[in-house]
Design a protein around this ligand. Sequence first.
Ligand code: FE2
Length: 344
Amino acid sequence: MAQPFPKHPQLRGGFAPLQMECDVNDLVIEGEMPKELNGSFYRNGPNPQFAPRGGYHWFSGDGMVHALHLEDGRARYRNRWVRTIKWHKERAAGRALFGSFNPLDNDESVAGLHTDGVANTNIIWHGGKLLALEEGHAPFELDPHTLESIGPHFYGGALRGPMTAHPKIDPENGEMLFFGYNANGSISEHMTFSVVDQSGNLLRSEAFKAPYAAMVHDFVVTRDHVIFPIMPLTGSLERAMRGGPVYAWEPEKGTQIGVMPRNGSVQDLQWFRGEASYVFHPMNAYGTADGKIVCDVCEYPQAPLFPHADGTPGDPKKALATLARWTFDLNAQTDQYTVEPLGD
Ligand SMILES: [Fe+2]
């Protein structure tokens, strides 16, 4: 018998998981839907199938995809869990078998099992494929009409290692740019940078080392540059083996931001250094005629949702983001960048 979900802020209210999959063939519409408006809207998010094993973390709930299809003045809805290996194992067991980040928290029945992730963070349409994304693994392909799970997509074997949930699609040429972290299969400073053309062929993939192993959630692309922010939400399996957190806030490591020309390679990465802060998501970025790069980002004084390295919880007052503008001057002989608050 399934167990009730615990009282947890990310399992309640608007975040409460749906316990069903359903189809609504013809939704009631208030007013009138223009007949010319045809297409599909997809949404993805963590929706744990079973009450979590140990503490719940938002990032570890099973992906559930929702689709709203508009056609000829009518609207249809469908939702489906992504059928990952974890989902199948837990469905068969009737309970959660996997912990959040630490493999040592998993049930012994799945110890050492290689999984394809939770596919819970984002969903994109690129190269004629609908892909559910989660930054620790390869994209997971779904049928765009039925939401049936097709499985992990490795770009014909060319993709090795994980892909961020926040790739960038170039509006001018349709190329998709992305990175991966923990790229060698375990928690490490190994990263990759890849480009897929608009038809879905992986054109380019390069490996590089970040200054330290960190959770790298998102990145920045302008017309001419790729920017990799490495911020001190560090990952360490050794720390976890000693009973500490897998991911933790280590501000003494500072922030290091790699800037790479798009017409160059990872060999051309130029690293800038700054005070510790954390950014889950950038908002906008562009290059200027005088050789500067301007990035507007949602910046936290301390990474939210994660503890300090000793396991003590972070300060909720510092877990509030403000809009900040980073400016990198590529022509100045400096590894510093400026940070300017844009609002409170
Ligand atoms: Fe995100």
